[in-house]
Ligand binder design. Structure first.
Ligand SMILES: *[C@@H]1O[C@H](CO)[C@@H](O)[C@H](O)[C@H]1NC(C)=O
Ligand SMILES: *[C@@H]1O[C@H](CO)[C@@H](O)[C@H](O)[C@H]1NC(C)=O
Ligand SMILES: *[C@@H]1O[C@H](CO)[C@@H](O)[C@H](O)[C@H]1NC(C)=O
Ligand SMILES: *[C@@H]1O[C@H](CO)[C@@H](O)[C@H](O)[C@H]1NC(C)=O
Ligand SMILES: *[C@@H]1O[C@H](CO)[C@@H](O)[C@H](O)[C@H]1NC(C)=O
Length: 759
């Protein structure tokens, strides 16, 4: 455990609780069974467009009531019958029009494409201007969708629409063998990849995005994220690697060779791994999803990616973040090369032709008397090199060279990711929303601990978005609506990104939650709004330390166990400050000795006596300025009390997610203790038992756990006990106050002098 991060988080928010608090609502179509296969969230029009089986929907996202419109869009006449005849699918479920693509086309229309019962088709949908809710399609004005979506609804597929042209990565034939990157629509002739396993080897496309290089649009590039069979992995049969590949948006192919074929396509490996035992890294090779975190600098979005690795012995997931500068650097580095069948792969060390393959025709590569107006002007040597050396030698490593999140041997899979960049009091946080295959969404932040390279992942919430386990197939965030849209075979759920009230009614709870969306405003836990004039803002996401944030909230009670060690934390804000501990106890004074030691982080009791109970006040002094940092009531428990609590808690919480549908399950646990980046741990947080929690946090945070026991499990005995504790604590406070007014003349004691106050 890291000092200062003893904070605990988690939690499981049940489906019924999400609904009853109006945090979530579900749309499952007009017929009650919408399996969502395509989503387009239109923030400008404030609408959500959905595609399913033979159907399209438009939903308004107004704050009050939402309205939905439907378009029935079956395959073209005869196609369904043809599909059944080919015997493609005995159950006939696939012989329908599964909408796979929904992209904004122009100011009034969307482009929609569907599988059309294995005869892909596209249509333009009139959605009107902002403010009006129209949704119509001319059923006669349908185009052939070949190359724009796959034939089979289950085949992987990625697309992006830019400059009136559609870029797709898919299999473009009935049997799903012709893997290509396509460009279609717009005025130019259709472009595709050559059929060559060097270029694409059984790829599974996950995402496609246009990302500019600089201000010159001629350097715009379209990036594809996919997995494929890794030829360079040599002996390892069937090895899969994740790739980032790219083409220039202004690529129009070669003049004599590569006619209407990509002449600028290059690709590199994306590595996401953790150090394993015996110095062998564990690689997460299978790409599951990609999210582009766009920033003001459109050239440098952060690329978030979920990876998996699944074997008989180990199932793990990781999130890695890539910087565009690192991706570009690899594309500017050496090409991978293999001299012949009996040679090893290595970096190409010969002369690379000019213009360097992968570079777009633009001003920067023009030389005096030698201009490259388009890729048709590239010399054949360049095109031939590009064709024979599509792969870069160096892989792309993630930022900080390791994942920001690792989950191993969990009873579910991570499938989808979106990220929201949130402004909090102490800086910016990327809040990850991760969709699983069991209908839940994890809300997670990854923290860097000071200078250390370690990251600490904090699961803020685990939202049970769908009532029954179902895979999340897409996630979108509306910043405007502060909502998350999660799709699945059961429909789409709209979930508010935050519900600060959930974290409780006390400052410490709000701080401990470490949710960047939330802060204590003096009376409740509310949405934190940067630059707002509201005072009493208290938020400490990095450490979640209520001792620093909530000193005047009277919430620090620490429990220790008799004959055991305990620790009262108090860290001055400045290292120059000297700390003084004042104590009020029944027997008068205490001496600093081998048993009770003042440390930089607080007061350490190596062996706690019953007489140590009392109110401890930590004051810091710097120059002539003195302030109270913490006021802590120390309670000393007998051993049995703890055992008793543990055994009681044990029975309360051993049920599964499914059974726990009555509300939130929350518990304090030190996130760092079980989820530090890289370590494989037995997470399954919602299954952690009270006893485990107790062992993790030690007795000093018992009160927080008790508060939760009281609130969540409504244990009468605990409640009574808690009440009497609060009463005792009030009395202690009162005596402390009296004592303080009496001894106000004794403020400036020598540092580290520990004394008792007498009534
Ligand atoms: C949820 O919304 C309904 C209808 O708008 C309202 O009656 C109810 O009070 C809301 N519940 C909560 C917990 O806000
Ligand atoms: C948008 O595209 C559709 C389909 O090509 C066309 O009918 C419509 O006129 C276009 N609208 C605008 C505003 O360009
Ligand atoms: C905290 O304690 C002081 C006295 O020590 C009291 O005046 C104040 O109301 C308390 N604040 C809260 C929020 O309980
Ligand atoms: C602590 O130690 C004292 C003296 O050895 C003993 O009498 C007492 O029972 C112990 N308490 C607990 C809770 O173990
Ligand atoms: C003393 O504390 C440690 C760590 O918190 C714990 O493992 C141990 O069981 C405690 N012993 C007693 C007697 O409570």
């Amino acid at each position: 455990r890291l000092p200062g991060s003893w904070v605990l988080c988690l939690v499981f928010v049940a489906y019924t609780y999400l609904l009853s608090t109006n945090r979530s609502s579900i749309f499952s179509g007009h017929h009650g069974h919408l399996s969502v296969t395509a989503v387009f969230l239109d923030e400008y029009r404030d609408r959500l467009f959905l595609g399913g089986k033979d159907v399209l929907y438009s939903l308004t996202l107004g704050p009050v009531s939402s309205e939905s419109k439907e378009i029935f869009w079956p395959p073209l006449p005869g196609n369904r019958e043809d599909c059944i005849q080919t015997g493609k699918d005995p159950q006939v479920t696939e012989c329908a029009n599964f909408v796979r693509l929904l992209q904004p086309y122009n100011r009034t229309h969307l482009l929609a494409c569907g599988t059309g019962a294995f005869q892909p088709m596209c249509a333009f949908i009139y959605v009107g201007h902002r403010g009006e809710h129209v949704f119509t399609m001319d059923p006669l004005n349908v185009e052939n969708g070949r190359g724009r979506v796959p034939h089979d609804p289950s085949f992987p597929f990625a697309s992006t629409f830019s400059g009136g042209e559609l870029y797709t990565g898919l299999t473009a034939d009935f049997l799903g063998r012709d893997s290509v990157i396509f460009r279609s629509m717009g005025g130019r002739s259709t472009m595709r990849t050559e059929t060559d396993q060097k270029l694409l080897h059984d790829p599974k496309f996950i995402a496609a995005h246009l990302i500019p290089d600089n201000d010159d649009r001629d350097n715009d590039k379209v990036y594809f994220f996919f997995t494929e069979k890794a030829t360079e992995a040599g002996e390892t049969e069937g090895a899969i690697h994740t790739r980032v590949g790219r083409v220039c948006a202004n690529d129009i192919g070669g003049q004599r060779v590569l006619v209407n074929k990509w002449s600028t396509f290059i690709k590199a490996r994306l590595v996401c791994s953790v150090p394993g035992p015996h110095g062998i890294d564990t690689h997460f090779n299978q790409l599951e999803d990609v999210f582009l975190m766009r920033t003001k600098d459109e050239r440098n979005p952060d690329v978030y990616a979920i990876f998996s690795t699944i074997s008989n012995v180990f199932q793990g997931f990781a999130v890695c973040v890539y910087r565009m500068t690192d991706i570009r650097e690899v594309f500017n580095g050496p090409f991978a090369h293999k001299e012949g069948p009996d040679y090893q792969w290595g970096a190409y060390e010969g002369r690379v032709p000019y213009p360097r393959p992968g570079v777009c025709p633009s001003k920067i590569i023009n030389q005096p008397g030698r201009e490259f107006g388009s890729t048709k002007d590239f010399p054949d040597s360049v095109l031939q090199f590009a064709r024979s050396h599509p792969l870069m030698w160096r892989p792309v490593y993630p930022a900080l060279r390791r994942p920001v999140l690792v989950k191993a041997n969990i009873p579910y899979k991570l499938k989808q990711i979106v990220v929201d960049r949130v402004e909090a009091e102490d800086g910016q946080y990327d809040v990850m929303f991760i969709g699983t295959d069991i209908g839940t969404v994890l809300k997670v932040i990854a923290l860097n601990n000071g200078n250390s390279l370690e990251t600490e992942e904090v699961t803020l919430e685990e939202l049970q978005v769908f009532k029954v386990p179902t895979p999340i197939t897409s996630l979108d965030i509306s910043v405007k609506r502060q909502a998350l849209y999660a799709s699945s075979p059961l429909g789409v759920a709209q979930v508010k990104l935050h519900r600060c009230e959930t974290y409780g009614k006390a400052c410490a709870e709000c701080c401990l939650a470490r949710d960047p969306y939330c802060a204590w405003d003096g009376s409740s836990c509310t949405r934190f709004i940067p630059n707002s004039k509201r005072r009493y803002r208290r938020q400490d996401i990095r450490h979640g330390n209520p001792a620093l944030q909530c000193v005047d909230q009277n919430l620090s009670v620490v429990f220790g166990t008799e004959n055991n060690s305990t620790f009262l934390e108090c860290v001055p804000r400045s290292p120059q400050a000297t700390v003084t501990w004042l104590v009020q106890r029944s027997d008068g004074g205490v001496k600093l000795d081998d048993r009770v030691m003042s440390t930089d982080q607080g007061l350490l009791f190596r062996n706690l006596f019953h007489q140590d109970e009392g109110v401890y006040i930590c004051r810091s002094r710097e120059h002539s300025f003195t302030q109270t940092l913490a006021r802590i009531t120390l309670e000393v428990l007998q051993g049995e009390t703890v055992d008793e609590l543990m055994s009681r808690g044990h029975t309360g919480n051993s049920d599964s997610i499914k059974d726990r549908s009555t509300g939130t399950f929350r518990a304090w646990m030190p996130c760092s203790a079980y989820s530090r980046g890289g370590s494989s741990s037995q997470i399954g947080q919602s299954r952690i038992w009270f006893k485990d929690i107790m062992q993790l946090i030690g007795p000093s945070n018992l009160l927080h756990v008790e508060e939760y026991c009281e609130r969540m499990w409504c244990n009468d005995k605990l409640r009574r006990k808690h009440k009497s504790m609060i009463e005792k604590y009030r009395q202690a406070q009162e005596s402390a106050r009296k004592a303080r007014s009496k001894s106000s003349g004794e403020r400036n004691r020598t540092p580290r002098d520990l004394r008792a106050w007498e009534e």
